[in-house]
Design a binder for this molecule. Structure first.
Ligand SMILES: [Zn+2]
Length: 263
């Protein structure tokens, strides 16, 4: 079935910065008094005013702020079969997080769909990326021991990746949000195409993770950039591939040449 999985997303093509929500932006001196009921002060920058246009938002310390109002609609996972590995590796440094977000967009919402203000929070991003790190670690462990039971249970209940509430022992929400859709074929004529449409980037990345876990394809990190890629039979990449793309291969060769000539 061609193109069963369909995922389109949006991002600001000019990139993002990480900004701190200073107490003075909220017109309060005491940080403990920051509540959703407070309002943006005159000194607050435009992005804080935007935040207050939401009826509900939680107050976090740091936020992603788009560098412009421009919006790019795109398919972020085309040619990026293992973007979930990049998510699992990026969260320890702000510059790596920004590289991820500039590349793929925010995890839960996009510029023209501003329902989930919490998604602008860097702290929430850390939470999701940390869960992915745990998941990848338990996958490596399962591959080593051959015992996938723990991983299967954790994935199906999300309770390894998003801690259950200790009081109620409730299991986490489903890992992915998706819909079935019939789409028009390319060109507009012919039979409709059945698609599983992923509703947000976080869901799409969990799907990628599950696909990787359940297939025998191998993953490798590009020798030049942070991109992970699949290789081996049926992937179009040889077992000996070191680079994610022609661009990175050429960059590596140029680098080799210049070190040779400078010797
Ligand atoms: Zn690369």
């Amino acid at each position: 079935m061609p193109e069963l999985i369909w995922f389109e997303w949006e991002k600001c093509p000019d990139g993002y910065t990480i900004e701190i929500l200073e107490p003075e932006f909220l017109g309060v001196r005491d940080e403990r008094k920051i509540l959703s009921g407070s309002s943006a002060s005159e000194r607050a920058p435009a992005w804080v005013h935007k935040l207050f246009q939401h009826e509900n938002f939680n107050v976090y310390e740091t936020y992603f702020v788009a560098k412009s109002d421009r919006v790019l609609r795109f398919r972020p996972l085309e040619g990026a079969d293992a973007a979930f590995m990049e998510l699992s590796e990026c969260w320890e440094s702000d510059s790596n997080i920004l590289q991820f977000v500039d590349n793929y967009g925010l995890l839960l919402t996009f510029p023209s769909y501003k329902r989930v203000a919490d998604d602008w929070s860097v702290d929430e991003f850390h939470e999701v990326a940390g869960s992915m790190t745990d998941a990848v670690e338990s996958w490596q462990e399962a591959k080593r021991t051959g015992d996938f039971d723990g991983l299967i249970h954790a994935f199906n209940t999300s309770n390894m990746f998003e801690d259950p509430d200790p009081e109620t022992d409730e299991e986490g929400p489903p890992v992915a949000a998706l819909q079935l859709q019939l789409r028009r074929p390319t060109g507009g004529t012919g039979l409709p195409i059945l698609s599983v449409v992923l509703e947000d980037l976080k869901s799409a990345l969990w799907l990628q993770f599950a696909q990787a876990v359940s297939s025998s394809t191998q993953l490798r990190r590009c020798a030049v950039c942070p991109t992970w890629f699949v290789y081996g039979t049926g992937t179009g990449r040889r077992k000996s591939a070191h680079y994610c793309s022609d661009r990175c291969r050429k960059a590596a060769h140029r680098r080799q040449k210049s070190t040779k000539t400078s010797d």
